[in-house]
Design a protein around this ligand. Structure first.
Ligand code: F0G
Length: 369
């Protein structure tokens, strides 16, 4: 069974949109949920905060079918797994990869098993894995241990690993860089994104390089990544055995694409920096309340990063200092806030109780800030 290829009027997904740049052939069955083509939202307030005439755009990847950027890579990985005759796709995940794997495997009619660090997954993401029918396995260990296990499992015949160690994942994910260039008419001067397993950084850089080589862009962006301070192996240049951050999506101590992402930061004249959980939550709240965009905590890291780089004395080599006036900056908002409502619903956030009377409501509204 094929995807929505033969359905006129269906929104095309990334494989059809960028087929000539992807490792698919006529023999590849395309399983798509019409992922990609996400909005590039202009942020007037962030632009004003960065200043110097810069324009900041937000690539809102939370609007993909399963609510994160993972869908771009998963359509390719699962389609290729189906092409190879795999009977089981597996992945380790901090939540979003497993949600995407489960959804695309369901679409393709392939069994899916996901390996998750026990008790460390946002509820929305866990619900997605279950509802799409995956076998959900909670491992007593962190993401890095889950990934090690999955790599061992993938040596069995008929099993396809759909983590970003699968090259098809990064191939699909690079389409986000194509979309940015297609929308702006050129590459941005700076691209800012959160870093966990470091696959997305690697994929964007690959996409920018490929389009640049094809003369679709006149320049390459500096890549600026942010790790959570308690889970920052690339920044500190050493494996973090017990990574800790409330931004559960990026709680990773030994990223699979470490070397390739480091090369991307270096070659692009960019940098890898860290951001505290406090700064991440402040940025998440700011983005939701000032710009109307609700993202999960990890996705607020680049916004927190922009704030930090503007507020502190710039560190040596800060890419933001190196971009020209009137520069174009793109931040990737990797996942939707609805995946992790527990991150924002704490004891301080509760509705104001009221009787169903107009006078009572008016008085409450009067007092509310
Ligand atoms: N943002 C979100 C929302 C994520 O889910 C992830 C990674 C990242 C950022 C970091 O991207 O790993 O390419 O550097 N999530 C993976 C997962 C690890 O299992 O869902 P990266």
């Amino acid at each position: 069974m094929k995807g929505s290829l033969e359905a006129p009027g269906a929104t095309i997904g990334v494989i059809e949109r960028y087929r000539e740049h992807l490792p698919v052939t006529e023999a590849t069955p395309v399983f798509t949920l019409s992922e990609g083509s996400t909005p590039l939202v202009h942020s007037p307030r962030l632009s004003a905060i960065v200043g110097r005439g810069c324009r900041v755009y937000l690539k809102y990847e939370g609007l993909n079918p399963t609510g994160s950027f993972k869908d771009r890579g998963m359509t390719v990985a699962v389609s290729k797994a189906a092409e190879s005759g795999a009977h089981l796709v597996i992945c380790a995940s901090t939540g979003n990869t497993s949600a995407a794997a489960a959804a695309y495997a369901a679409r393709a009619g392939i069994k899916c098993a996901v390996f998750l660090p026990c008790g460390k997954i946002a509820m929305g993401k866990l619900a997605q894995a279950f509802v799409h029918g995956a076998v959900v396995i909670a491992i007593e260990g962190n993401f890095d241990q889950c990934l090690k296990l999955v790599r061992e499992m993938a040596t069995e015949p008929g099993i396809s690993i759909v983590n970003s160690v699968n090259p098809y994942r990064l191939e699909g994910q690079k389409t986000a860089a194509f979309e940015v260039i297609d929308a702006l008419g050129d590459a941005p001067h700076l691209h800012v994104l959160p870093v966990g397993n470091a696959g997305n950084t690697t994929a964007y850089w690959r996409g920018y390089l490929e389009y640049h080589r094809l003369n679709r862009a006149t320049r390459l962006p500096r890549m600026l990544g942010f790790e959570a301070a308690g889970a920052a192996p690339i920044y500190y240049d050493r494996v973090v055995e017990y990574p800790e951050t409330a931004a559960s999506a990026i709680r990773i101590g030994n990223p699979a694409s470490w070397k390739m992402a480091t090369a991307a930061f270096r070659e692009s004249g960019g940098a890898i920096e860290i951001i505290t959980d406090e700064e991440i939550f402040a940025a998440q709240s700011w983005l939701a309340s000032k710009e109307g965009l609700f993202v999960e905590p990890a996705s607020a890291a680049p916004i927190a990063g922009l704030f930090k780089c503007r507020s502190q004395t710039p560190c040596a080599g800060c890419p933001i200092q190196k971009i020209p006036d009137d520069a174009v900056i793109v931040c990737t908002l990797t996942g939707h806030g609805l995946k992790d409502t527990a991150a924002v619903l704490n004891e301080r956030v509760k509705p104001l109780a009221a009787l169903p009377e107009k006078a009572a409501i008016l008085s409450i509204l009067d007092k509310a800030k």
